[in-house]
Design a protein around this ligand. Structure first.
Ligand code: PHE
Ligand code: NA
Length: 449
């Protein structure tokens, strides 16, 4: 145990870090617009199935790989199964983490810009119905989006540089519950809006024709992996800092439950607002959805709106920070072992390259690079789709097969503390059959459907 690696001091510290990784822009920004784009309730149903049938077992698999391997994502595969090709899944994971962080920093930059705009009052003086223009004017620029992206990334790099996990644990302990309270309040407020009934119907009453659209399955599984930080080794890396005693199944259950509750509350908050204020069709809003819709809500609240704007964007920025840290940690832990770099050098080197790679994404949403598209997708949307709808499920596929078939079943069960239990048997069979077939089926449907 004393191999010189850093450690979480307590089980709570680990759970806070894992929940901090999971809860982030995925629950607020990405869940809203992807659910909006994919028919709302039909998407939600498939998403929940993906979370519980595939996400939960894969999350537990990542926890056990990391704690057993005691290394970064690639190293952990190699330690458990030396000289085997499984580590390819780890390489794919490092690549995914790198690409995801590149655009994650961009969206987080938008959040910080909105926080700043509420603090200065600039966002409060906007007329009803004008927030689409306010947002468009910001992301249509070049210096603005890049400046806020770089600022956010600098903060992320600084925290990974100093390795101040303590500060993050503490801030998650205070700010995450506060975010939950604010979201619940805003969801309650949204239910009083004119479009509440329509919004709730959109989120909870499926149109059966929507299930015929093959795209929603890929969107749902991609969102499930993204929101749980799965398929790329963030949870493997965090679990590698764990002492042996921690109970992994309950930690996995906590992460999944909290992350899912956050997403659903956000849905109850956002869709009534969309159907009250939107000047766009809910399916066409794209990545700007929450940035256009929520300010309209705050605007309705009068003087209180500024306070809510500040609180909301501050707390979402903190949630994004703890997720970004876990993304950077994947590549940093890998580089530290692989190239024998110090934590500090790795944080700066990897962080800088990721930030540079994010610049085209920052310029792609109405800015100078918006006309550069591949398959109709601007750069940010392209990076998002490739990683979330393909790389992450593929990474999860490898992880499920590895624990289900590659790793000795007895050892895998022992690592999770599920030896001779029904839950353990069910878990192994989900990893052997349900998750791989589900993932493969959805990937194939997406490619050929
Ligand atoms: N789960 C995070 C979110 O929902 C994003 C993330 C993805 C973090 C992958 C780490 C790894 O915002
Ligand atoms: Na999430």
């Amino acid at each position: 145990m004393s191999n010189g690696r850093e450690r979480f001091a307590t089980k709570l510290g680990f759970i806070l870090a894992a929940v901090g990784s999971a809860v982030g822009l995925g629950n607020v920004w990405r869940f809203s617009y992807v659910a909006g784009e994919n028919g709302g309730a039909a998407f939600l149903l498939v998403y929940l199935l993906c979370i519980f049938l595939i996400g939960l077992p894969v999350l537990l698999a990542e926890f056990s790989i990391g704690r057993r391997g005691q290394q970064d994502v690639v190293g952990s595969f190699n330690t458990i199964a030396p000289q085997k090709p499984w580590a390819i899944g780890g390489i794919l994971g490092v690549a995914s983490a790198f690409i995801i962080l590149s655009f994650y920093g961009v969206i987080a930059g938008w959040v910080v810009y909105f926080l700043y705009s509420y603090v200065t009052g600039a966002a409060a003086g906007v007329e009803t119905g004008e927030y689409a223009d306010f947002f468009g004017a910001f992301i249509g620029g070049a210096a603005g989006p890049v400046f806020w992206q770089v600022l956010f990334m600098a903060l992320t790099i600084a925290i990974v540089f100093f390795g101040v996990k303590k500060g993050i644990e503490l801030s998650n302990k205070i700010f995450m519950p506060l975010l939950a309270v604010i979201l619940l309040f805003l969801a309650g407020y949204a239910l009083t809006l004119d479009g509440a009934a329509e919004g709730l119907a959109f989120l909870f009453r499926p149109e059966f024709s929507a299930f015929g659209n093959p795209g929603i399955y890929a969107a749902a599984i991609g969102q499930a992996f993204f929101t749980l930080s799965l398929g790329m080794g963030a949870m493997i890396t965090y679990a590698s800092y764990l002492p042996k005693e921690t109970k992994l199944p309950s930690a996995a259950g906590t992460v999944v439950t909290l992350d899912t509750l956050f997403a659903i509350v956000v849905g109850i908050m956002i869709f009534p607002a969309v159907f009250t204020f939107a000047q766009f069709d809910v399916g066409d809003a794209g990545p700007g959805l929450v940035f256009i819709t929520l300010p309209e809500v705050f605007n309705q609240m009068g003087a209180m709106g500024t306070m809510f704007g500040i609180l909301f964007f501050f707390l979402v920025a903190v949630a994004a920070l703890s997720s970004a840290i876990s993304l950077l940690e994947v590549s940093v832990a890998y580089a530290m072992r692989k190239f024998n770099w110090t934590r500090r050098f790795a944080a700066i080197a990897v962080g800088t390259v990721v930030t540079l790679f994010g610049v085209p994404s920052a310029l792609s949403q109405g800015g100078p690079l918006s006309d550069f598209t591949v398959a109709g997708l601007p750069f940010l949307d392209l990076m998002d789709t490739i990683t979330d709808n393909y790389f992450l499920p593929l990474g999860g596929f490898v992880i499920a097969l590895f624990v289900g078939w590659g790793w000795n079943k007895v050892d895998a069960l022992k690592e999770t503390g599920l030896t001779d239990t029904t839950v353990g048997t069910v878990w192994i069979w989900f990893l052997r059959i349900v998750a791989p077939i589900g993932i493969l089926g959805i990937l194939l449907l997406n490619i050929f459907g």
